[in-house]
Design a binder for this molecule. Sequence first.
Ligand SMILES: [Zn+2]
Length: 253
Amino acid sequence: MAKPRIYTTTALVLKYRNYGESDRFVTLLSRDLGQIQGFAKGIRRSTGKLTGHLELFYKVRISLAIGKNTDVITEVQILKTLDKINTNLATVSCALNITELALNVSTEGPGNEIIYDLLDQTLNKLNTTNESNADKLLAYYQLNLLFISGLAPEFKECVECGNELTKQDHLYSAPAGGIICPNCSLKQIGALINLSINAIKVLRFIESTDIDGIEKFAIPRNLVSEINDVLNMHTNHHIDRKIRSRTFFQEVK
Ligand SMILES: [Zn+2]
């Protein structure tokens, strides 16, 4: 019998699903290969060769044998465990949130390098930072992921008329994709939510800074939740729509 073909890559563990009594399907994001799924045989046995090697958020060097339906994980070397994320509810829920978003926007195959780098960078920061920074890092990650996906919200000019926005509180519309000026808001039918001038300033700051900048910058709690509400709404509306159209495209292909 011919030996199965084996490939090796560096990847982050994003998700797993238990199977049978002691096995697991593991989903990872590789920088060069995109999303990969592997079958981890015996991983839930206390003595399994892979046991404890593929926990959530781990960075691993992994080898897989190409299978008929699913590839089989043959070797795993742990490169980084990021264990501190799991010691706190704020950091672990942020990490779960961002890995789910990464799963939603990444694809199989090449072309996922920027998504991988952003996830890797944010998980590393979550592992070292104070737990009180988790919500800020979620906002940073969401906004940057929207940029990468070409779906960033518009905060500088009105999405309807293109006029520059005056320095005041404004209204945001998820379907329109950004802020609507007072004139245009009168003609809007969909739901609009209030976005304070200070929240708009913070969003523009996040757009212009790097991850260390966001970690150091003190933002009042209420503003962080205001911007996360808007970014969640924007992400749900635009990324979900993109996923649905991608699924549809794959189904009709
Ligand atoms: Zn307008």
